[in-house]
Design a protein around this ligand. Structure first.
Ligand code: HEC
Length: 127
């Protein structure tokens, strides 16, 4: 009887640990996202460009511009615009991620420098 009791206790303990482990995994999942796929930036040592200084936007505003609507946007979602600092603040991490995944711009490539500037801007306060 005593042995059975022990087995139940041990089983319950293991089960609790297992469920606890699952809960932990779920929590870790929630912390993923925002910039996880982006190269790390040491904001103290890089020069963080201001929005106005960045050339990369010229590669986006042909489609992503507040002044464009309908067919002129060529399918670019309405909320993503890069013609002003305010507009570019809509979702900076998503912006850097699609660029680093190579999804945007749809045609042509950005220089390594343009990508590095965008990454620094996004991760270091979007000045
Ligand atoms: C030729 C037009 C065009 C240009 C230029 C362009 N985009 Fe896009 N963009 C699109 C279209 C179309 C979509 C919607 C389809 C998609 O998400 O692939 C889109 C979607 C996006 C999205 C939203 C993705 C999401 O999560 O839904 C972001 C962010 C974005 N573009 C950023 C940029 C940036 C940054 C640049 C410049 C480096 C750029 N785009 C250049 C057409 C363009």
């Amino acid at each position: 009887m005593r042995a059975l009791h022990h087995t139940i206790l041990i089983t319950a303990t293991l089960l609790a640990a297992f469920i606890g482990g699952l809960a932990c995994d779920a929590e870790d999942g929630e912390h993923e996202g925002e910039g996880d796929e982006l190269p790390k930036v040491d904001c103290q040592s890089v020069e963080v460009p201001r929005f106005e200084e960045m050339t990369v936007w010229s590669r986006c505003v042909g489609c992503h511009s507040s002044g464009l609507s309908g067919a002129a946007r060529q399918g670019a979602p309405r909320d993503f615009n890069y013609d002003s600092h305010d507009a570019a603040l809509f979702d900076p991490f998503e912006t850097a991620e699609v660029v680093f995944e190579g999804e945007m711009p749809p045609a042509g490539t950005l220089t390594a420098d343009e990508k590095a500037q965008l990454n620094a801007w996004v991760q270091c306060g979007t000045p």
